[in-house]
Ligand binder design. Sequence first.
Ligand SMILES: [Zn+2]
Ligand SMILES: [Zn+2]
Length: 166
Amino acid sequence: MTRLEVSAEAGPTMSNQPDLSSEKAIASFHERLKERGLKSTAQRDDIARVFFQLGRHISAEELYAEVKKVNPHVGYATIYRTLKLLKECELVYERHFDDAQARYEIVTKRHHDHFICERCGKIIEFENERIEHLQEIVAQELGVALTRHKMELYGLCSDCRDRRPS
Ligand SMILES: [Zn+2]
Ligand SMILES: [Zn+2]
């Protein structure tokens, strides 16, 4: 069977790791704001920094809770507007999994797909060359040109699968 290569496993509340790449991301945020004639503000920077440190699949509400710990003055509306700005700057993807809540993740050069646990909400990223290749074959058969795809697998993660129903 197809083996899934798990490239990252991160729940919505990932641990804070000191991360040089988040400072690089902040720098490109500043650059792109400048291109748009916008200024960076301390609040925007706080939000962006927390987001880049957390990394992946975070909802606006989860981000709000995390930013509050760093800067209690930041309001939810500013969180929302900053995420929108990061999206416009093409630094952040907005994803919609089955729970209808928008989740945000850093734009990575590498394409990946997602497994979502229906019990605990854990999101596991994977890459699988065979799945990617099969999609090309389907496209050829249909005579279409693919521009993008979304592959989402749903089920129980290994932790939840092993847990006995209470
Ligand atoms: Zn689970
Ligand atoms: Zn992802």
